[in-house]
Design a protein around this ligand. Structure first.
Ligand code: HEM
Length: 148
């Protein structure tokens, strides 16, 4: 066996299929696990929402809250230009419509996040709390429609 493996042609015969197998597994994992760049932006959203849960009702923490809302705005701006994994299984007009609806939803979220920031900048924590509560609903409806 070791003599066989030491022959260059035998090494190629072993390494090439192994490499192909790993490449196929990688593509499969990416499709199954979703779009990693979009997932990264969504993780920013999740982290910020968790942080805001602790800070949103505390006016003395408004500077920190604003930072987290701006991080969400930034993540939304980036995510807006991406494609959800679900779009990969679509073609033609159906795909175009789906991606446009996704982008429109992200634009709506950007508007909400600007209002959210404005309330905090003005020190209106009651209004900011209302926006925060509404975000959970926006999230679950959007995920129902756009997540795999
Ligand atoms: C506060 C609002 C939101 C939060 C906290 C949030 C959070 C998350 C989290 C934690 C994930 C899982 C990421 C992972 O796989 O590691 C996710 C996935 C996803 N979210 Fe959101 N999300 C929000 C709003 C939205 C909105 C408004 C949309 C659509 C316009 C959206 C579209 C998606 C999609 C498409 C995925 C799956 C990623 C893929 O397709 O590969 N999310 N989100």
């Amino acid at each position: 066996m070791s003599r066989f493996v030491s022959r260059p042609s035998a090494r190629v015969a072993l390494v090439v299929p192994l490499f192909l197998m790993l490449a196929v597994c990688g593509v499969y994992a990416w499709q199954e696990g979703g779009n990693p760049e979009l997932a990264d932006q969504m993780s920013v959203m999740r982290r910020s929402m968790r942080g805001l849960r602790r800070s949103i009702d505390k006016p003395e923490m408004n500077a920190k809250s604003i930072e987290m809302v701006v991080a969400m705005q930034d993540a939304t701006q980036k995510a807006k230009a991406m494609e959800p994994t679900k779009a990969k299984g679509m073609e033609g007009a159906k795909k175009t419509k789906f991606v446009a609806e996704y982008r429109a939803e992200m634009i709506d979220l950007q508007k909400v996040l600007l209002d959210f920031e404005r309330h905090l900048v003005k020190g209106d924590n009651k209004k900011a709390r209302k926006v925060y509560d509404g975000l959970k609903d926006i999230q679950s409806k959007a995920h129902e429609k756009f997540q795999n």
